[in-house]
Design a protein. Structure first.
Length: 319
């Protein structure tokens, strides 16, 4: 049917008006959704900061974070079952970077012993390490307060297990969580960086370690010492500032919905996105340093990268 000119003009005006209404409605919907998302992010940020302030000022901390066992277990035991948090919690680090361990030396009053309890001297021990298929399953080396265990001339504290599963030896360093964190902070971030950035790194490293205590790499160690996990260099990477950052955040971890956050991080935002973008939140270490230079505290830095998480204090058994 043909439309007369006035009717056709009226029809076109109606179409234009309807199209304009649809455009305006879409703009309003986009604005409302954006406002809601911004409000939600702000609320999550506020909750995070309120939790952080409670830890820093009132020392009123959560006791509901996932708990991890601090009880000693036989070396061959699996560590996938965890039930109590503790500041004295130990973890086992596979010294992948020192594989194979070809020379072991224990200084001062430290010693190494076989599963039978017999103490072995340095020469005998290093000869045993040359035999790939040695029938001995593991050797335990213990350092005292003033001694060190040298693995391929790299110093470690506490205990080192030399494990043999029939396909070669591997060294495993068992030490306290806090000593481990102090080493990781020094290995992962320059110690001359802003102290608040170092504190943020300490919390991230501690949370990551706890996540791997709950989900160990294998039955011999929780995680390795390379950047495949977190860089760990024993006492070689501990500095006065990495120790200070660790002590200032002692026992503080990232929590999300009652569980420990596997707090991923990388050197820059680009690397973080490429390496961890598909896994969720990840901290940029250079970004943390820049935020610290702008005056942000460690809890505020963490809030920028781990949205929705909160800070929790590890609790000892019975607390």
């Amino acid at each position: 049917m043909r439309l007369r000119a006035p009717n056709a003009l009226f029809f076109l005006q109606g179409l234009l008006a309807f199209g304009l209404i649809v455009v305006i409605a879409n703009i309003l919907l986009i604005s409302i959704n954006s406002f809601r998302e911004t409000t939600a992010r702000n609320q999550l940020m506020q909750l995070f900061l309120e939790s952080s302030e409670a830890i820093e000022e009132d020392k009123s901390v959560s006791k509901t974070a996932k708990v991890v066992s601090s009880q000693p277990a036989p070396y061959s035991a699996l560590h996938s079952s965890v039930d109590v948090h503790s500041f004295s919690l130990d973890l086992r680090v596979g010294l992948i970077s020192q594989t194979p361990p070809i020379q072991i030396k224990v200084t001062d009053s430290g010693f190494c012993m076989l599963p039978s309890g017999r103490v072995v001297n340095e020469q005998t021990l290093n000869n045993m390490l040359k035999v790939r298929n040695n029938q001995i399953s593991h050797i335990e080396c213990v350092a005292t307060a003033n001694s060190r265990i040298l693995v391929n001339n790299k110093p470690y504290v506490s205990k080192v297990y030399l494990v043999n599963r029939g396909n070669g030896w591997i060294a495993v360093n068992q030490l306290s969580l806090e000593d481990y964190v102090a080493s990781v902070v020094g290995a992962e971030m320059p110690s001359l960086w802003n102290m608040e950035a170092l504190k943020a790194q300490a919390v991230a490293a501690r949370s990551y370690a706890l996540a791997h205590i709950a989900r160990p790499a294998n039955k011999d160690f929780h995680l390795g010492d390379t950047t495949r996990w977190q860089a760990y260099r024993g006492i070689s990477s501990q500095t006065s500032r990495s120790i200070k950052a660790t002590q200032a955040t002692k026992g503080i971890v990232l929590r999300y919905k009652g569980g420990i956050v596997e707090s991923l991080y990388a050197s820059t935002a680009d690397i973080s996105l490429q390496a961890h973008g598909h896994l969720g939140a990840s901290m940029s270490q250079h970004g943390a340093q820049n935020l610290a230079r702008r005056g942000l505290k460690f809890n505020e830095i963490l809030a920028r990268y781990y949205t929705g998480a909160s800070l929790a204090q590890l609790q000892s058994r019975g607390n």
